[in-house]
Design a protein around this ligand. Structure first.
Ligand SMILES: [Zn+2]
Length: 184
């Protein structure tokens, strides 16, 4: 199995506490991403191993100490730059991503629900406007093609655009794409 295959098959991430916005961006792109808020690096590494996750960190010492683990050390500060850095380092395969399959706040899987199950749980005008609803199995949040999903979709398209512009140094104009993804 080539290394590329490994990443395709098992591309799941865990992001350290400094990478909350990047974690949300990865979820938006459909990647199963745990955001680790603690400061215990042993636990961080433990979870990564247990769950077969690629560890994304800004701590430069981690990769040196754990050469066998899948650790990506990012040097960029800004979330969209960090995403570009992941792309540059060949760790993201945009061909495989499945946008809109993850809940952004909680990382739970999204599933289609019958329209009538959304009734009363979303604003009436939304219910009457929209045909398709999705539901997070973990936190119960409901998404639809309108506002929520629409905004997500727009950002993901922008992110995919980074890919087509490809690994060029990443222009300043793309820096702000993550700006509006709120932190917790
Ligand atoms: Zn959720």
């Amino acid at each position: 199995m080539e290394q590329g295959d490994f990443f395709k098959e098992t591309m799941k991430f865990i992001a350290d506490r400094t990478l909350g916005k990047l974690a949300k961006g990865l979820r938006m792109l459909g990647y199963d991403t745990v955001y680790y808020r603690g400061d215990d690096f042993h636990q961080l590494i433990h979870i990564a191993r247990q769950e077969g996750r690629i560890l994304v960190t800004r701590n430069t010492k981690l990769a040196l100490r754990r050469p066998k683990d899948h650790i990506i050390t990012l040097t960029e500060n800004h979330p969209s730059r960090q995403l570009e850095e992941l792309i540059r380092k060949g760790k993201l395969s945009f061909n495989d991503e499945v946008p809109f399959t993850r809940c952004i706040p909680c990382n739970g899987p999204l599933e289609d629900i019958p329209r009538d199950q959304a009734e009363g749980k979303v604003p009436d005008f939304i219910f009457h406007q929209q045909k398709d609803f999705f539901h997070c199995r973990r936190c119960d949040k409901i998404y639809w093609q309108g506002s929520h999903l629409g905004n997500m979709q727009k950002r993901v398209k922008e992110l995919l655009h980074i890919k087509s512009e490809n690994r060029n140094s990443g222009e300043a104009s793309r820096r702000d794409q993550f700006e509006t993804i709120s932190n917790d």
